[in-house]
Structure formats: C-alpha cells, structure tokens
Design a protein. Sequence first.
Length: 213
Amino acid sequence: RNPVSRAVVMPTPADAYAELVRRSRSLALLNSASAVLGWDQQTYMPKGGAELRGDQLALLAGMAHEKAVDPKLGELLVVVEGSPLVADPDSIEAANVREWRHGYDRATKLPARLVEELAQVTTRAQEAWQESRAKNHFPTFQPWLEKVLALKKEEADAVGWKAHRYDALLDEYEPGTTAADVEKLFAELSKEVVPLIAAIRESGRTPRTEVLH
C-alpha cells in the first residue's frame, strides 16, 4: 500500500488567538492559586508551615512553567504575529500578543528546576524574615537571603543581560527599563526630595499624621 500523506492544517489567526486566550486564562488561574497561598502564608498560616507551603508553591510554579513553555504556544504566536489580526499596534489583540511573546521568550530561558527552587526558597525565606524581624535578629534571615540572591543571579544569567545583571530581573516587571534608567530616575528625585525632607526637619514643626490613620 502506498502511504497516504496528510496535510497539516494550520489554524487561522483568529483560531490561534482564541486558543492563546484560553491558555492564558488557564495559566492565570494557576498563578492566582499561588497568589492565594502566598497571601494565606502572610495572614493565617500557622507558624512552621513554610516548608509544606514551599512544596505546594513549588508544585504550582512547576505546573505553571510547563504551561508557559509549551512549544504549542510558540507555534500559535507565529500564526498570529504579522497577521491582519494584530495589524493595529494599539489594538487589544496586538497588545496581548506582545505580552504573550515577551512572557514566552522569557519563560523558555528558565529551567523548570530553577523556577521550582525559587518558589520553595522564597517561601521559606519569607517565614525566616518574619521571625528575624520580630526578634530584630538579622542572622536568622541572612542564610535565606543569600540563597535567594544566588538563585536570582542564576535567573538573571539564564535570561541574559548586558550592562547590569539586574536589567534581566527588572525586565519582568518593567519591560525595556534598565538599572541605568532607575538610577537616573532616583537621582532626579533626590534633587527635590532630599532638600524637602531636610527643610521639614529644620522647621521644627510636627507633621500632621491623622491622614495616615
């Protein structure tokens, strides 16, 4: 018998976009579940529960990462990018596709092991920080801080950077912004804020604080 070849049917840009929306919502649900567990840790979780909570969050982080790096996502993005669906750069569709591409490209550079370890260690570090703060005892938190810093450096190196390692980490929250931009921003703020604070102190007047309550 002669082998029967079957043509691969590519989805239309509209179908690909709809699937990207579905996958994005699924990923958002996982991340929101992690957020709830993080909130619970800081509000209701009994003392000593950080190790198990870390395991829970590491599991969810691993599951979310698996969804975020699915090669199918990359295929769907290729179908939509450059299509008439995103011709208007100011459209909701175009903005969504840009954000999905940014997230996908970043996630695919990170090993699952690192993502899960970050979730585990930062959860344990949170409990250590709370204890350290209550006792005013930095050595309680120091080893955990060192672990977090080492993992974040590893994350930055995996993502890639040029001028400053922090650029890779900052890009997750302020895409395109660099450490140099932040330094310039705070330098400008300092010119106004530092003299203002000094003037307030020198005035001898007690600031009104009722608005804070």
